[in-house]
Design a protein around this ligand. Structure first.
Ligand code: PLP
Length: 362
């Protein structure tokens, strides 16, 4: 691989496209002849202003974001959104609906409990997602929150759930811009950047404008969407470098045919791995229902010989494929294959899986 790089299957922070890194490397010391690094520039100067404006415009083009939605570049990770959402969209005592399909939506739900009356409308089993038609939504809920892709379990919604006209909120941290999404069906979409977009340090929030301006008076100023909307994400010093890299990634995706093309590639990549699992005569197992298998995070195990999993991870590492260990809460292996993972990396892993199985199958 160029620059002696490995195939990194980390769930996050994840890899970035190598051409983006190369461009960033050149800009790191002297951004486009300005004599300064982006990291050193005033965020109020015209150079950085052009960077953040272009990043937003390109993201709007990629996701076809309607004009009545605001785009914010915030700090605090997706985890801070777990509290910003109830603080801005519900009053104490209001009811909000949460659908729990894995570890991340559970965390979001637990955080909301601090601020309002939480109804768990449906619960998944980490293998499937409960059919939206069976969700027990409250008649008077302020919003419905779900996680579009559970990074740990590898469970992904394949379409936008119908919540009967309620305000729908989605954590898309681990599948943001991996596929086209009809933003108009959502009240809020949020995503930490460090999986599919850019470096850690920036969280992207897309929010319908009528949902801005209702924060509880006691909430910290930094947790008020309105303050960030009014200040174009520059109420305080923004994570300039992270935003700049996100902009490069958006530009690259647009040039490469947008999210339809990206989805096609992601489907192809995921199919290579799921096929390797399916054709292993049971040597490997994917615990997830085929209907909702994630295109981004592919967990798998060696069910008949779990002792071999350590050796698998070690040998893969020796062959230049890193970070394949499953999340500590589930064990086994997990291959995260976000947008920036080249198809060659996935092919190499599938070949390795076949060879490993051939060596060890009983
Ligand atoms: N939501 C999902 C789906 C995630 O995968 C993660 C992190 O892995 C988070 C939220 C938390 O993100 P952050 O670390 O940016 O707070």
């Amino acid at each position: 691989q160029p620059h002696g790089r490995v195939f990194n299957f980390s769930a996050g922070p994840a890899i970035l496209p190598v051409d983006v890194l190369e461009r960033a490397q050149a800009d790191l010391v002297n951004w486009q002849g300005s004599g300064m690094s982006i990291m050193e520039m005033s965020h109020r100067g015209k150079e950085f202003e052009s960077v953040i404006q272009k990043a937003e415009a390109d993201l709007r083009a990629l996701l076809n974001i309607p004009a009545n939605y605001k785009v914010l570049f915030l700090q605090g990770g997706a985890s801070t959104q777990f509290s910003m959402i109830p603080l801005n969209l519900a009053k104490a005592g209001d009811t909000v609906d949460y659908v729990v399909t894995g570890a991340w939506s559970k965390k979001a739900m637990e955080e909301a409990k601090k601020y309002c009356n939480v109804n768990v409308a449906a619960k998944g089993d980490n293998k499937s997602v409960p059919d939206p038609a069976t969700w027990k939504l409250s008649a008077d809920s302020r919003y419905v929150h779900y996680c579009d892709n559970e990074t740990i379990g590898g469970v992904e919604f394949k379409s936008t759930p119908d919540v009967g006209g309620r305000i729908l909120i989605s954590d898309m941290s681990s599948n943001f811009i991996s596929k086209p999404v009809d933003v108009s069906k959502y009240g809020v979409i949020y995503a930490g950047a460090q999986k599919n977009v850019g470096p850690a340090g920036v969280t992207i929030v897309i929010i319908r404008e009528d949902l801005v301006g209702h924060v509880r008076p006691e909430a910290p100023t930094m947790l008020d969407y309105k303050i960030h909307v009014e200040n174009d994400s520059m109420y305080n010093t923004p994570p300039c470098w992270s935003i700049y890299i996100c902009g490069l990634v958006f530009e690259k995706l647009l040039k490469a045919g947008g999210l339809e093309a990206q989805l096609e590639l992601n489907e192809k990549k995921a199919a290579i791995l799921y096929d390797a699992i399916a054709s292993s005569n049971g040597f490997y197992n994917s615990p997830v229902d085929p209907a909702v298998r994630s295109l981004m995070n592919v967990p798998f195990t060696i069910p008949s010989q779990p002792d071999l999993e350590k050796a698998f991870i070690k040998e893969a590492e020796k062959a230049g494929m890193l970070q394949l260990k499953g999340h500590r809460s589930v064990g086994g292996m997990r291959a995260s294959i976000y947008n920036a993972m080249p198809i060659e990396g996935v092919q190499q892993l599938a070949t390795f899986m076949k060879e490993f199985a051939a060596k060890h199958a009983k």
